[in-house]
Design a protein around this ligand. Structure first.
Ligand code: SF4
Ligand code: SF4
Length: 236
């Protein structure tokens, strides 16, 4: 399997999750990865792994070129999936310092999304090994609260009155933050068929209005995720 790794606007953290795979990475042919080598060949790819959001016309054009050249395209992390924290500026009320920051899926079809800031290396391995043997990767599609229950954590909203985005966030991280007594801030992004009404109910319980709850979401790592954008529009 021929792999290319590309970086757009981002901190580079998700690429380090890839490097963190260590020897497992040697099982794959990587022909393009500027973080790893100065010899990069832009040949037809079985798999393009892309970190970062699209913030310039050059990035948009390069993304389209990669798409034409790759069988599978995977968005790595919150920036590639949702536009990242830099997309907060998309909110009309905030000051814009760049023209835009958008997720890959706003421009090209994306086969798989690896969530998180940064991504989980276990999910990355699932994608790499499954595709290399011709199977479809199995990635989490359940809410984070399920991870929390599996760990036997008491719910922070119910027992401590702490704001936690777990009810609307995709699981798979193992409930890292709630396990340490800290509310989830949604770095894995919205779960499929996200239920904002349930989230608003939790917020109401904590004394937050619907507007404050929406603002908390918009100011998060995945606040510009396409699914959430659609929901904001339907609410307002
Ligand atoms: S603490 Fe957060 S993730 Fe855990 S059950 Fe409560 S809302 Fe869900
Ligand atoms: S608990 Fe939430 S914020 Fe913390 S790592 Fe998991 S998804 Fe990210």
């Amino acid at each position: 399997m021929n792999i290319g790794v590309f970086k757009f606007t981002s901190c580079g953290g998700c690429q380090y999750s890839l490097l963190d795979l260590g020897e497992s990475l040697l099982k794959f042919k990587i022909s393009y990865f500027t973080e790893l080598s100065s010899k990069n060949i832009f040949s037809p790819l079985d798999l393009a792994l892309i970190e970062g959001s699209v913030t310039t016309n050059e990035e948009e054009n390069f993304l389209k070129k990669i798409r034409k050249n790759a069988r599978y395209l995977v968005a790595l992390g919150a920036c590639a999936v949702s536009g990242g924290i830099q997309a907060i500026q998309e909110d009309k009320s905030s000051n814009r310092i760049r023209p835009y920051s958008k997720p890959l899926a706003d421009f090209v079809p994306v086969e798989f999304e690896l969530r998180g800031c940064p991504i989980s290396k276990h999910h990355l391995l699932e994608v790499l090994f499954s595709l290399s043997v011709g199977s479809m990767p199995l990635l989490p599609d359940y809410p984070l609260c399920l991870d929390c229950k599996r760990k036997g954590n008491p719910c922070l909203i119910v027992t401590k009155g702490v704001l936690c985005l777990g009810v609307i966030t995709q699981g798979g991280c193992g409930a890292i933050c709630p396990s340490k007594g800290r509310g989830c801030y949604g770095c894995f992004g919205p779960v499929k068929k996200v239920n904002l009404k349930a989230f608003f109910k939790c917020c109401l319980r904590l004394g937050l209005s619907e507007e404050e709850a929406i603002q908390a979401l918009k100011n998060s790592f995945n606040g510009y995720h396409p699914d959430l954008r659609e929901l904001y529009e339907n609410i307002s």
